[in-house]
Design a protein around this ligand. Sequence first.
Ligand code: NAD
Ligand code: GLY
Length: 360
Amino acid sequence: MTTVPVNLSERSYAIEIGTDNLSELGAHVRRWAKATHAVIITDEHVEQPHAMAAASSLSTAGCAVDLLVIEPGESSKNIDSASFLWDKLLEVGADRKSLIVAVGGGVIGDLAGFVAASFTRGLAFVQVPTTLLAQVDSSVGGKVGVNLAGGKNMVGAFWQPVGVLIDTSVLDTLPEREYRAGLAEVVKYGVILDADFFEYLEKHTAELADRDAEVLQKVIARCCELKAQVVAADERELTGQRAVLNYGHTFCHALETITGYGEYLHGEAVSIGMLCASRLSERLGRVDHKFTQRQKKLLKALKLPVEFPEVDEEALLAAMSHDKKVEHGKLRFVLPTRMGHVELVGDVASADVRAALHGK
Ligand code: NAD
Ligand code: GLY
């Protein structure tokens, strides 16, 4: 069992990481919030057994529990789902003292967090991430929101959870493709912040493929520590420090948008996007070709996609122009300079961006 603190003065909270610890949710929630009414938001794949286990733990701890279930997948992360959930919250009698508990992957965490941030101008919420991606990234840091048809994560808020409970054993039911997608965000942390961690991943690809419990615990805890440090330094992405977490994401979000939020899993698009950003960095003379190849080798070993597909480049560039790092109409990219270090770089020529899409 590991506890990682997220230090944000009065918005500070703990990430509790363990194995088979979902049954402890109720006890944690009693410490984190005074709520006697909890509304679990989940999706159809997670409802059984994980959301039901969460409900049982909350009931045992003395909470009245309601369960709201939405359709799984990125295409549910929109304002229609939020509106459905707002109506349901009214129906079940939620008030300002109710607690939202997001039990699911990043889609549920982002959507439920957004609903929590907005219903009655803000309810406390807890994250119980059930995908690897959500355990290492999306459940921490308080970015919540929904997609627009024309832009990923375009509507949302910064709304921190009051606590995060990570049970690595819930990953046992996670489909292989989803699990692999989560590994892309894991690799991201190595490239942007921790060269030793990247090397550790290179040495443990077999254990990662086998979901080795010890390696997973270590990897999840390290990613949470790194994310917590970044979020504590720049909670609202004002100084550029938090923007480093978006390595590869300008390409990734544009790819997800123009392919209709269905073709690529977010983590898969992150894998492809990181290599584009690395090639862009090469073109700008910041890293050499070997640097990109090293990432590609690791991503391939983890069975992640590495090639940018043939797409309508005009549509892609247009989607990129909605990136939230755009400043005064100019795209900015998170680009590596060495393993474990990236910088936010502005004024990149679109010819270089196009050229970085494909490569060996
Ligand atoms: P997801 O929430 O769609 O979950 C992936 C799939 O796995 C879904 O079908 C889900 O039903 C299923 N699932 C979840 N847990 C399961 C389990 N334990 N067993 C069986 N099936 C399970 O996708 P994701 O990859 O977790 O999250 C992607 C989303 O996260 C994207 O929308 C992305 O933008 C967002 N994100 C947000 C942040 C942030 O900081 N807020 C960071 C990274 C990503
Ligand atoms: N995943 C990007 C962030 O949390 O800032």
